[in-house]
Design a protein around this ligand. Structure first.
Ligand code: C5P
Length: 220
């Protein structure tokens, strides 16, 4: 197991993926993006023509889900069955259905086992793990646990900028609907006991990375 686990949770558009990845890069640690696994399973279901609202069919796909990732932030990739889908999992068609599969309890248990195995196999001194339930379910005993938040307006502005081809309004609606669906399954809007809240509303990317690194250094 990595000596140090840094658990980071937060809603869509909070910047947790890019901030966690950059912080891991600067620390020379590994980076585990748990949302990528949920997205990859959703992509796999779409690829196989599986109805993502059919929980039994989704759980059946978990059995042959051949998932591999690069946890080195410099060589980050996501593959399913050997096919690289690092970019594909960010497509709106995947974002639109990922919450369907994330609410299935067997999927969460299966992916959490996978995350714990990946953390255990990590050869680096530390790992930054980010998602929705890392501080509470996946690694509740992590020495550093952070909830990265930002106002709804800031999150939507950031996500719209990322997906310039999609209209800002459609993006905002999709983000709000995904957060609403996801927060029925796990609470990532309120910090659990012992979790440090980092509000990035008025911080730029660099300031947020430095703030996260300060928290890590203060607790390790
Ligand atoms: O972090 P990202 O937005 O890429 O996550 C995609 C989706 O994966 C979320 O909308 C949520 O449905 C699911 N997810 C989850 N638990 C996690 C990480 C992601 O349910 N730990």
């Amino acid at each position: 197991m990595s000596d140090i686990i840094v658990a980071v949770d937060g809603p869509a558009g909070s910047g947790k993926s890019s901030v966690s990845k950059e912080a891991a890069l600067r620390l020379g640690w590994a980076y585990l993006d748990t949302g990528a696994a949920y997205r990859a399973l959703a992509w796999h279901c779409l690829d196989e023509g599986v109805d993502t609202e059919d929980a039994d069919a989704v759980v059946a796909r978990l059995a042959d889900f051949d998932y591999s990732i690069g946890m080195d932030p410099q060589h980050y990739f996501v593959r399913v069955g050997g096919e690289e889908i690092t970019r594909d999992i960010r497509e709106p068609r995947v974002s639109a259905v990922v919450s369907h599969i994330a609410r299935v309890p067997e999927v969460r248990v299966g992916l959490n086992d996978l995350f714990r195995r990946l953390m255990a196999e990590n050869p680096k001194d530390g790992v930054i793990v980010e998602g929705r339930d890392i501080t509470t379910v996946v690694a509740p005993d992590a020495p550093v646990r952070v909830l990265l938040t930002a106002s709804a307006e800031a999150r939507m502005a950031r996500r719209s900028a990322e997906l310039s081809a999609v209209s800002a309004e459609a993006t905002a609606q999709q983000l709000a609907s995904r957060d609403a669906q996801d927060s029925r399954v796990v609470d990532f809007m309120n910090a659990a006991e012992g979790v440090t809240t980092l509000d990035s509303t008025d911080l730029d990317f660099e300031q947020t990375v430095l703030a996260l690194l300060d928290i890590v250094h203060a607790r390790t």
